[in-house]
Design a binder for this molecule. Structure first.
Ligand code: SF4
Length: 374
């Protein structure tokens, strides 16, 4: 393979911008998928869609996007919402910090920009949860500004088109690809070109690439050299850690104790049933008794098993063992040391709070089977 490494000459980029980029922009205008966020030029809606689409499939995002805009129709509506309300609409979409950052950013936009999403790139970048990709996507998709928007799909496409055959992770590669992407934007057509690069990566320049269907094949250096299957170099995926977790449905006077996860860390601000990871050699019952004692200063007895629920998160595969529990003796007051907040709620109120996916399944089972510990 001829090694072009990171050095793509400015002359070559300029030639591609003249000859290839308009072809890709035309292809997107004619063949791009009709997705809800492509029917709008509203920077708020585009921003919401781009945050939702991070690490998440288009089909998964579509119903959440509609529900979100129905509930929070503009920046001001989002800024007025509590974190609990925001997380409830986001429930099931994962990476919950994204939702909290959207709400924080909305409050900042109301305070500093009169409630209008800023079109200025630096102001966009200053918003919580907005990085170079999202700022470029909002600026170019909504406002047609000539800003690059380089996500994982675009990195792969550019690496093949330009024959970049080193690792694509790390700041040097990100800078190089963003500079190349910016140089390729055809005059006045940032919106169609940037979305064209993304669409090409999503539909055609995948693994393996469908080069015979590619609208810019005649410009692609990797295809010319027949090395597209080797580019980009594969990065090691982080291992998925299996976790065994015990959760206790503590029932007292017809109410259930739930706790709110801390604002920092995994699944921030979500509600959950008390419990935690099993220590080596521990039974689920021992783990529950220890967790209730350590984190709530409560003594409990562990009763009937409710269910074993398995759920795959990105980095973890969780096996959740859920049990009914009772206070022994009754009438103790919880004193939380790890949760941000605790609440005693009636079973019917559980669905008004936002929980992680495994707990949502547990709530569904409780609704189906009833809350009868004995
Ligand atoms: S020719 Fe093949 S490898 Fe090159 S950009 Fe098109 S789909 Fe990707």
């Amino acid at each position: 393979m001829k090694n072009a490494a990171m050095g793509v000459s400015p002359q070559r980029l300029a030639r591609l911008a003249m000859e290839m980029s308009p072809v890709l922009a035309d292809w997107f205008d004619a063949h791009g998928r009709d997705l809800p966020w492509r029917r709008t030029r509203d920077p708020y809606a585009v921003w919401v869609s781009e945050i939702m689409l991070q690490q998440t499939r288009v089909e998964t995002v579509i119903p959440y996007y509609h529900a979100w805009l129905e509930r929070f129709s503009d920046v001001a509506a989002l800024a007025r919402a509590t974190d609990d309300e925001v997380l409830k609409v986001w429930e099931g979409l994962g990476y919950y910090r994204r939702a909290l950052n959207l709400a924080r950013a909305a409050r900042l936009i109301v305070a500093a920009h009169g409630g209008r999403v800023p079109e200025d790139h630096a102001a966009l970048l200053a918003l919580p949860g907005v990085g170079a990709y999202t700022a470029g996507a909002v600026a170019s998709f909504a406002c047609n500004q000539p800003r690059p928007a380089v996500d994982g799909n675009v990195k792969r496409v550019l690496a093949r088109l330009l024959l970049v055959n080193g690792s694509l992770s790390g700041p040097a590669a990100a800078r190089h690809l963003a500079e190349s992407a910016r140089a390729l934007i055809p005059l006045g057509r940032a919106r169609s070109f940037n979305q064209g690069l993304m669409e090409l990566g999503a539909l055609i320049c995948r693994n393996p690439p469908r080069c015979p269907d590619c609208p810019v094949r005649s410009f692609c250096e990797a295809a010319r050299q027949g090395v597209q299957a080797e580019i980009p170099v594969r990065e090691k995926r982080p291992a998925v850690t299996p976790l065994s977790v015990a959760a206790g449905v503590l029932v007292e006077d017809g109410k259930i104790l739930v706790q709110k996860r801390p604002a920092m860390g995994l699944m921030p601000g979500l509600w959950e049933f008390p419990g935690g990871k099993l220590e080596p050699g521990e039974t689920t019952g021992q783990a529950l008794a220890r967790e209730f004692s350590e984190e709530l200063d409560l003594a409990i007895s562990v009763g009937r098993k409710i269910a074993v629920i398995r759920h795959a998160y990105t980095r973890f595969s969780v096996t959740l063992h859920a049990f009914f529990c009772r206070l022994v003796p009754p009438g103790q007051d919880p004193r939380p040391t790890a949760a941000d907040e605790i609440r005693w709620v009636r079973p019917g109120e559980l669905s008004s709070l936002a929980f992680p996916a495994a707990d949502v399944e547990l709530i569904r089972l409780l609704a189906e089977r009833g809350v009868e510990p004995d």
